[in-house]
Design a protein around this ligand. Structure first.
Ligand SMILES: NC(=O)c1ccc[n+]([C@@H]2O[C@H](COP(=O)([O-])OP(=O)(O)OC[C@H]3O[C@@H](n4cnc5c(N)ncnc54)[C@H](O)[C@@H]3O)[C@@H](O)[C@H]2O)c1
Length: 246
């Protein structure tokens, strides 16, 4: 039980990778806060019936005032926040001629600004505790450029990688680590929309010859959030079946 006594906030926790991170964190003893624009109450009930302490908060992470209020509520709920996993994200398809300005701004708002808002609102409480773990879920697209998405997606994730390293430097003196996990080709609703041919091509290009699972990603996130990773900061762990080795 690596997270007994810890409070973990996970964004985008209603489904996919975020839900798996929340489930595994709860299995390992954390009190978990499920943040999502989608309803996460059913997941919360499942976890509670297994004995976990859970709070489901409907929240749009692009609304900074709402984020600040939610953070105050969470801090009061379980006496602070130890772990923040910025996992919520959206993707857009198409090349630059098809990508509208509105879509570009929306992707930046959720993937980059939302991550910044959560960090900004939660870090003062971590600084006060002299303890914190932040893990940002970025993407292989941050390093390779977009493979299947519009340019806004990889650009936003690249910016989050840079934010990760910047915060890692600034927060180290307070005992707070900031890291990232960069998945590729994970079996979720986000990748379910791929046409069959694209899915086959993606699997063929991966040395381990399969799609990744949400648990593959959550295992890496939990490692970075655990005390086993206390000397790791500013790092991005690839979870990509060997597609990119850097
Ligand atoms: N699935 C993949 O292959 C893959 C690959 C690389 C990176 N990722 C990243 O992993 C993360 C999770 O992806 P997933 O595949 O589980 O996606 P998903 O679409 O299944 O889940 C994302 C969740 O984020 C929530 N969300 C979206 N906008 C939000 C907002 N404004 N406020 C609060 N919540 C919001 C959604 O409601 C959803 O529940 C994303 O950041 C994604 O970019 C996924």
């Amino acid at each position: 039980m690596r997270f007994t006594g810890k409070t973990a906030v996970i964004t985008g926790a209603a489904r996919g990778i975020g839900k798996e991170i929340a489930v595994q964190m709860a299995e390992e003893g954390a009190a978990v806060v499920l943040i999502d624009v989608r309803d996460a109450h059913e997941t919360a009930r499942q976890l509670q019936s297994g004995g976990a302490k859970v709070l489901a908060l409907p929240l749009d992470i692009t609304d900074y005032d709402a984020v600040r209020h939610a953070v105050d509520e969470i801090v009061a709920w379980n006496n602070g926040i130890d772990i923040l996993v910025n996992n919520a994200g959206i993707i857009a398809r198409g090349n630059i001629t098809e990508l509208t300005v509105e879509t570009w701004l929306k992707v930046m708002d959720v993937n980059l600004n939302g991550t910044f808002y959560l960090c900004k609102a939660i870090l003062p409480f971590m600084i006060e505790k002299r303890y914190g773990r932040i893990v940002n879920v970025t993407s292989i697209a941050a390093k390779t450029g977009d493979i299947t998405a519009a340019a806004a997606y990889g650009t936003s994730k690249g910016a989050v990688n840079t934010l990760t390293r910047s915060l890692a430097r600034q927060m180290a003196e307070f005992g707070i680590t900031v890291n990232a996990v960069a998945p590729h080709a994970i079996e979720t609703d986000m990748s379910a929309e791929w046409p069959l041919e694209k899915r086959k091509a993606v699997i063929d290009s991966i040395p381990l010859k399969r799609m990744g699972t949400c648990r593959d990603v959550s295992e890496a996130v939990l490692y970075l959030a655990s005390d086993a990773a206390s000397f790791v900061t500013g790092e991005t762990i690839n979870v990509n079946g060997g597609y990119l080795m850097d």
